[in-house]
Design a protein around this ligand. Structure first.
Ligand code: PLP
Length: 413
């Protein structure tokens, strides 16, 4: 990476050379990758780290006395330290490796929810949640009879904070909300909401799947009780993610899955479990994934969130202006605080048809419900076209998107 860290001097072409896939062509056209909210692309530093792990270090961890096992164990545990620094967790044992955000939320619903909730208790969610932060709570509701209270979203895509405050009532036992909406880009005022919930003794789970890719995260400053994110959205590998939880909470709830590595002693009569973090990492974990994730977090940390945000906010402003000028195009999600995600519809045109025409020009956008069906129902829609930008995207790519949308309009009316 060749980078001048002063904002405005960001050398996006040098950064793009770090990402081999960005040189790909699709049907003879250069790839314009605008589906970053679904998954980010991977820099060479991550790809090479994964390769080096399998070439030089591969072994199972924790149980081996031999050289390679110790190498792999050290790299895996160092990855946990890197995650802890990235989140500013007090201790690395508060960071549990999971398959991703989805598994992290399911872990909390199962282990924390199973222990702490009973019929009639309320969980406060919001209309803008990803299905990953809805369905695990519904499964629990159907098992034990909890109730889900849903905070509405305003027309701008901002959370209705007054409604939030009235919904965190006497029966509320947990607030679970996204830090950043994957469909609207809205950045929720997490710190304020968490402080409000805590004043009422209600813990908060922050779904950070989108936030981790765009914002510096400080779990201590946020004071969230749980924070979840997925490696693949932060330049890391798929199949690896993190559940952060305050040590006193994680340490007091039962394991999520049983198996090797999470036990202290097993007899047929009784099994005792290890402490944090091992009690939540049953079986052989995604060792290379964790190590690759650490390489990804090092990459974005070295680049600096300020530099990334400046580039992404420039793209957001430019793309918003250009898209808004297209006739019959309407943007959903206009909160003043938002990340570089733009959802829109084109009057009279099905999002999938637009997506296919764009794809023929090498432009990758996501079309559909983006795993937020209740949110789209709130807007009277079934979905949108979503362009989501990363720091390695360019204004020229925004221009190609706009030209593609003009072609869509011409072809489909
Ligand atoms: N939460 C949000 C806000 C997301 O954007 C996503 C993925 O798009 C998820 C949860 C689920 O993440 P994963 O599929 O990596 O588990």
């Amino acid at each position: 990476m060749i980078l001048n860290k002063q904002a405005g001097d960001f050398d996006v072409q040098a950064v793009r050379r770090d990402f081999p896939i960005l040189g790909t062509t699709v049907g003879g056209k250069p790839l314009v990758y605008l589906d970053n909210a679904a998954t980010s692309q991977k820099p060479r530093a991550v790809i090479e780290r994964l390769e080096r792990y399998y070439r030089e270090e591969n072994a199972n961890i924790h149980r081996g006395v031999h050289f390679l096992s110790q190498e792999a164990t050290t790299a895996y545990e160092q990855a946990r330290e890197t995650v802890a620094r990235f989140l500013n967790a007090r201790e690395s044992r508060e960071c549990i490796f999971t398959r991703g955000t989805t598994e992290a939320i399911n872990l909390v619903a199962s282990s924390w929810g199973g222990q702490n909730l009973q019929a009639g208790d309320e969980i406060v969610l919001t209309t803008m949640e990803h299905h990953a932060n809805i369905v695990p709570w519904q499964l629990l509701r159907d098992q034990i009879g909890i109730e889900l209270k849903i905070v509405p979203v305003q027309d701008s895509g901002e959370l209705d904070v007054d409604a939030f405050k009235s919904l965190v009532g006497d029966k509320a036992r947990l607030v679970a909300l996204c830090h950043v909406s994957n469909a609207l880009g809205t950045i929720n005022p997490a710190k304020e909401l968490i402080a409000f919930a805590h004043e009422r003794g209600v813990p908060v789970l922050l779904d950070g799947a989108q936030a981790a890719a765009h914002l510096p995260i400080d779990v201590q400053a946020l004071d969230c009780d749980f924070f979840t994110f997925s490696g693949h959205k932060v330049c890391g590998p798929t199949g690896i993610g993190v559940l952060y939880g305050k040590a006193d909470i994680l340490g007091s709830i039962p394991p999520y899955q049983g198996g090797g590595d999470m036990i202290d002693r097993v007899t047929f009569e009784k099994t005792t479990f290890r402490g944090l973090p091992e009690r939540f990492e049953a079986g052989t974990p995604h060792i290379s994934g964790a190590i690759g994730l650490a390489a990804a977090l090092d990459y974005v940390t070295e680049m600096g969130h300020g530099v990334m945000q400046a580039q992404e906010q420039d793209l957001l402003a430019y793309a918003t202006e250009r898209l808004s000028a297209l006739p019959g195009l309407r943007i959903y999600g206009t909160a003043p605080e938002k990340v570089s995600v733009i959802s829109f519809i084109m009057e009279g045109i099905h999002p999938n048809d637009a997506g296919e025409i764009l794809d023929a020009d090498g432009v990758a956008v996501r079309t559909g419900h983006h795993c937020t069906m209740p949110l789209w129902a709130r807007f009277g829609l079934t979905g949108s076209i979503r362009a989501s930008f990363a720091f390695y995207n360019t204004r020229e790519e925004v221009d190609i998107l706009v030209a593609g949308l003009e072609k869509v309009r011409k072809l489909l009316g």
